[in-house]
Design a protein around this ligand. Structure first.
Ligand SMILES: Nc1ncnc2c1ncn2[C@@H]1O[C@H](COP(=O)(O)OP(=O)(O)OP(=O)(O)O)[C@@H](O)[C@H]1O
Length: 313
């Protein structure tokens, strides 16, 4: 194991009766990395997470956390990490600060240390102004931030986040992302499961794409996008009245499917169609269709996801 490998998953397998839920999955995660497990419903993400966190025994293979084996050294392995979503014990009648104090004491801190850790976490998670309100007044996003704060009381080096932003509005999701990034800047290593492509793209240094219990791809978001091949043309039409006409021009010139979404045309280009792009622009100009934005870019992660998991689940 190289020095900076914190999590090592080697050929793990899990079968429930005749259903193979996880089939020979392996990956390493380095210190300070955010690693995303991404996949459609039922792909096997939660089962992998449960094996990694000692909640479930794998049928074959090994997992080590900071060098401790999750089966043969499970007590030590458990001391290496924290996991969010496990705080059903949060007391709704107490304030955020009081809850943090309780968990601090459960983690072996004395009153003074628990109070100072609580204050530190309330600041980090932007909860200072609501620190002394009972949780009954908290929004879903505030609860989720408190949940994350509680899981960090013991300063874990490894953090497992199971779908950390499911159900949150975009603004609160961004606040959570910011909190997670801050955490990693402080030296923690994060494994997160998510169904949100945008979340994996934005947060994860590397992504393992899981489908039907198998790992179908692994890499940085840009490496995965390159596997789809080609570039994407994106044209934003200034005047919505001319949108249909612009779509017809793009389609006729490139002879490729044109996707439309809110005044934006996108086309996945193949190598031969690249040289036709200037013609599309010329045609738009001669038809007096102004464009407000134009780009040739790598395709979004959605395309990778669809290409690699399509029709399999
Ligand atoms: N305890 C169990 N008994 C039987 N089958 C199970 C059990 N746990 C999971 N499975 C099955 O294993 C497969 C993988 O499930 P898992 O929950 O790991 O998927 P997931 O990727 O986490 O899905 P989701 O995104 O919906 O949470 C599914 O087909 C599921 O039905």
């Amino acid at each position: 194991m190289s020095d900076d490998t914190v999590i090592k998953v080697m050929n793990i397998k899990k079968q429930f009766r005749n259903k193979v839920a996880v089939n020979d999955v392996s990956f390493d995660i380095k210190k300070g990395e955010i690693f995303g497990l991404l996949g459609p419903n039922g792909a096997g993400k939660t089962t992998i997470l449960r094996m990694m966190t000692t909640l479930l025994r794998q049928d074959a293979g090994k997992v080590s956390l900071n060098g401790f084996d999750t089966l043969t050294q499970s007590r030590l392995a458990r001391q290496q990490f924290s996991i969010t979503g496990q705080t059903a014990a949060i007391d709704q009648d107490l304030t955020a600060r009081e809850n943090l104090m309780i968990f601090g004491k459960l983690n072996g801190l004395n009153r003074t240390a628990a109070l100072s850790r609580a204050t530190e976490l309330l600041t980090d998670f932007d909860l200072t102004n609501s620190a002394d309100q009972t949780l009954a007044t908290f929004s879903g996003g505030m609860r989720r931030r408190l949940d994350l704060a509680i899981s960090l009381i013991g300063k874990p080096t490894i953090l497992f986040l199971d779908e950390p932003t499911t159900g949150l509005d975009p603004r609160t999701r961004m606040q959570m992302w910011h909190a997670i990034q801050k955490l990693v800047a402080g030296g923690s290593t994060v494994l997160l499961t998510t169904q949100y492509l945008e979340e994996a793209d934005h947060l994860a240094d590397r992504i393992a794409l899981i489908d039907h219990g198998k790992m179908v791809a692994m890499g940085t978001p840009s490496e995965l996008k390159k596997q789809v091949g080609g570039m994407q043309l994106r044209i934003e039409v200034a005047d919505s009245q001319q949108f249909d006409q612009a779509q017809t021009i793009a389609q006729a010139t490139l002879r490729l499917p044109v996707n439309v979404n809110d005044r934006i045309l996108t086309v996945l280009l193949d190598p031969t169609s690249m040289s036709q792009v200037p013609h599309v622009l010329q045609q738009l100009q001669s038809s007096k269709i102004p464009i407000s934005n134009f780009a040739i870019e790598t395709p979004p992660l959605d395309d990778v996801f669809l290409k690699m998991t399509a029709g399999k689940n």
